[in-house]
Design a protein around this ligand. Structure first.
Ligand code: FAD
Length: 422
């Protein structure tokens, strides 16, 4: 992966680069992007005997999938209650069932395909930063319980048994979520794709895409050294999408704003098992969500700062200061790794999923795409094989664009400067 220098990169098996795309290639479906979404789409398409080729501009997992915090959680950026209030009770019920199934899909893939990716069924705590935030979590729990998904509210004492931090007044515990080593997981997905007959190319950026006027005309994609003909395309480039080729791609690109998100990983900490005794992953309810999880070698991974770029060395210092406030008993801590990556943010903080001119897309998970991206890959495969099947609630939302990428970047710069003192 070269430039990321993440803990994941340092601890994943070294692998030889796959070959670049050359000459004329024809397939039923061309997948652009080899992150979790693209590889899950490719794997599930192959299960339906579809001829698939995947084109990755850099290397497998080079985007967000290989840089993520890798909490395999339920949920979207907006709460289920917010979805219910804005988009109706049916949408909210579908959202809950979709996200629970997404978390289960990751564990099914890991188990049934013998994936070696440090999968840990750790559970997850949403930690409340104030009594009001805990009330909001209580309401969210009522929604989940009413729809058959069991979770538990932790009051101050219960939370202290799970998380020894003075920052939180309570939380919501879910036992279903898990943690993975994301780069190993995405590399394992690539392995099973290849074993089942998917052609997979690295260092093969798609630079152009065109389609004839007839509805039945094939789609032609180009990389620097290859021309690809396909009946359909899966665009799985998420926050790393650039507006190459057709009008449809430009339209899809305008619906997502790439937002830099940052992570630090500490040295091994002997005290960590006493601070998070059950290894839960945690995300809090703060305006600037902080998320953290223990790693298998007793290091703590912590993330949550955002900015307009994915490389800002000052973010490491800010995250380290946050870590000291979270766990004062740790004293000073050495940070061994820090890195950033882009998350795809949308206008309503919900993912964009759909089809346009033969291009199937799923992007903009707003920082919740480990389980959802994997699920959306399978969903797109299903839609390609069953084009007349009913649309899910997210497809019906359409493709609202972000007001302006330039304004978005400016707003992010201001927000990032303002939030430095918080
Ligand atoms: C720092 C960070 C922390 C996160 N933490 C969490 C978390 O704890 N839990 C969670 O659920 N989600 C988290 N997320 C979000 C999650 O990682 C993403 O939603 C998910 O990985 C997106 O996967 P993807 O396959 O859709 O996109 P990506 O993994 O970004 O893959 C897109 C790929 O497309 C390739 N590409 C782009 N353009 C082209 C082109 N023209 N031709 C060929 N290839 C191209 C890129 O090189 C890239 O590899 C986090 C994200 C970041 C950045």
């Amino acid at each position: 992966m070269g430039s990321v220098h993440s803990y994941w990169e340092a601890t994943a098996p070294k692998r030889r680069p796959l070959s670049q795309a050359h000459g004329s290639i024809s397939c039923d479906v061309a997948v652009v992007g080899a992150g979790l979404t693209g590889l899950s789409a490719a794997y599930h398409l192959r299960q339906h005997h579809v001829e698939v080729a995947v084109f990755e501009g850099r290397s497998v997992g080079w985007g967000a999938s290989g840089r993520t915090g890798a909490q395999v959680n339920t949920g979207f950026r907006p709460s289920f209650r917010t979805i219910e209030q804005r988009w109706g009770s049916e949408a909210a019920a579908e959202a809950l069932s979709m996200s629970v199934n997404a978390v289960k899909l990751v564990s099914q893939l890991v188990t049934t395909l013998d994936m070696v990716c440090d999968f840990t069924p750790s559970g997850f705590i949403r930690a409340a930063v104030s009594p009001h935030a805990l009330d909001v979590l209580r309401d969210e729990q009522r929604f989940m319980e009413d729809h058959g998904y069991r979770t538990e509210i932790l009051h101050t004492e219960g939370l202290q048994e799970e998380l020894r931090s003075p920052m939180y007044v309570g939380g919501l515990l879910e036992t279903l979520p898990s943690q993975i080593h994301p780069l190993k997981f995405v590399q394992e997905l690539a392995r099973v794709c290849q074993e089942t007959g998917v052609r997979l190319f690295e260092n093969s950026p798609v630079v152009d895409l065109s389609k004839g006027f007839e509805a039945s005309s094939p789609i032609v994609l180009r990389t620097p050294d290859a021309t690809i003909t396909a009946d359909a395309v899966v665009l799985a480039t998420n926050a790393y999408t650039t507006p190459f080729g057709s009008r449809a791609i430009r339209r899809i690109t305008r619906s997502v704003l790439p937002v830099g998100s940052f992570i630090i990983v500490t040295n091994p900490l002997a005290e960590l098992p006493t601070l998070i005794p059950h290894n839960r992953s945690v995300a809090d309810t703060g305006t600037l969500t902080t998320h953290f999880r223990p790693l298998s070698d007793n290091r703590l991974l912590l993330g949550g700062r955002i900015g307009p770029s994915d490389s800002d060395s000052s973010m490491g210092q800010l995250l380290q200061e946050k870590l000291v406030r979270l766990f004062p008993s740790l004293g000073s801590v050495t940070v061994s790794y820090q890195w950033g990556g882009y998350v795809g943010v949308t206008r309503d903080f919900l993912p964009r999923l759909g089809r346009r001119d033969g291009i199937y897309y799923a992007l903009g998970c707003n920082g919740h795409g480990v389980a959802l991206g994997t699920y959306f890959g399978r969903y797109l495969a299903y839609r390609i094989v069953n084009p007349d099947a009913p649309q899910c609630w997210l497809e019906r939302l359409g493709l609202p664009t972000m007001p302006s990428q330039r304004m978005g970047v400016q707003a992010l710069s201001w927000y990032s400067k303002w939030s430095r003192n918080r």
